[in-house]
Design a protein around this ligand. Structure first.
Ligand SMILES: [Zn+2]
Length: 342
């Protein structure tokens, strides 16, 4: 709390100096802007205040206070080992790996926006987990959802033999549409046939041009390593944070980041539904973060689903065969419907 007060103190001071074109601000003026006592501000030199302001951007939630920070109920069980912190309460089980970027939230892998330290979780992750998983904002019961089957027309996406990603994403999306409409939701599509060929910009623009509650882009993965398998569900990284991949540095703020709690809710619900498909359920590669164009530029909660690896022998039937596509569609529709269940 004190850090936050001083962050505001330093920021207000800089703004005031610019506005008034004054070379410096006296401690008493700082106190006036900060609504702090004069004594408080005199204790800190301006460089120290600026340092504290910088540190406040990296605020963390200590593990001993984490249940409260996450909105978990009093009496939540907390188990600390050398390598992990596990919380059990309110119907949730969360495990955070100390000093790492990995966590397990209700059985599903989650990549943190900022690595946990040995003693604390980043404030951005703490807030998102609270807002998306523990205490989500009640959604509209009847949602308008824009489905985006990846690729199309001459853009085949990844392919193995005559099996093209563009056909898989369309088949799954059409079935998701049918299932969601049966639940009373309104569903739009960026394409409902092989074409038209749409750029990523056009897809995001369709999200901007319609009043939608969710944008769901559906894709299939591929890799040179034939062992790579499993699902990935993506949201944007939190403001100022790197993406999950190693070569994904933080970028300037983007429109989609305003909807990150709701997007995280969507991603979490879809990931849970995919992982609880009837056996054989896919492997879990985690809820990840990336600066994908369609996520960046869509002014609504937006997620991107990678349903598996076409290049993996175990994932291939799930993706390429009609029965597998049906299973994927049922799971994705179930996840989305859960996210829109108040
Ligand atoms: Zn794709």
């Amino acid at each position: 709390m004190r850090l936050r007060l001083f962050a505001r103190c330093a920021r207000d001071d800089r703004e005031q100096m610019t506005d008034d074109r004054r070379p410096s601000a006296s401690p008493s003026r700082l106190a006036a802007y900060c609504r702090l006592s004069t004594v408080d501000c005199r204790l800190f030199s301006l460089p120290l205040v600026l340092l504290l302001a910088l540190l406040s951007g990296c605020a963390r939630r200590p593990f001993h206070n984490l249940p409260e920070a996450l909105g978990l109920p009093p009496g939540t069980e907390r188990v600390l080992t050398e390598t992990q912190v596990t919380l059990r309460g309110g119907g949730h089980t969360f495990t955070f790996d100390r000093g790492k970027r990995t966590a397990t939230l209700d059985g599903a892998r989650y990549y943190l926006h900022e690595p946990a330290t040995m003693n604390a979780l980043g404030a951005k992750d703490s807030a998102l987990i609270r807002q998306a998983i523990v205490r989500p904002t009640p959604p509209p019961a009847r949602a308008t959802i824009l489905l985006d089957p990846g690729h199309g027309a001459s853009d085949t996406g990844c392919r193995v033999g005559k099996t093209h990603e563009k056909n898989i994403t369309l088949a799954v999306a059409l079935e998701v549409k049918r299932l969601l409409e049966a639940q009373g939701h309104r569903v739009l599509m960026t394409r409902a046939a092989d074409g038209p060929q749409r750029s990523l910009e056009e897809r995001a623009q369709m999200g901007a041009a319609n009043a939608i509650d969710a944008f769901v882009s559906i894709h299939v993965n591929s890799a040179a390593n034939a062992e790579a398998r499993g699902i990935e569900v993506y949201t944007l990284p939190a403001p100022g944070c790197d993406g999950t991949a190693a070569n994904s540095p933080a970028r300037a703020p983007m429109v989609g980041q305003a909807h990150l709690p709701a997007a995280t809710r969507l991603a979490f619900c879809v990931q849970q539904a995919l992982l609880t498909m009837e056996a054989p359920a896919p492997a879990d590669r985690g809820l990840r973060h990336a600066h994908f164009k369609v996520l960046r530029d869509t002014p609504a909660p937006a997620i991107l689903i990678e349903m598996g690896f076409l290049t993996n022998a175990q994932d291939f039937p799930l993706l390429a065969e009609a029965a597998g596509q049906q299973r994927l569609a049922v799971a994705i529709a179930r996840g989305l419907n859960t996210a829109f269940t108040p």
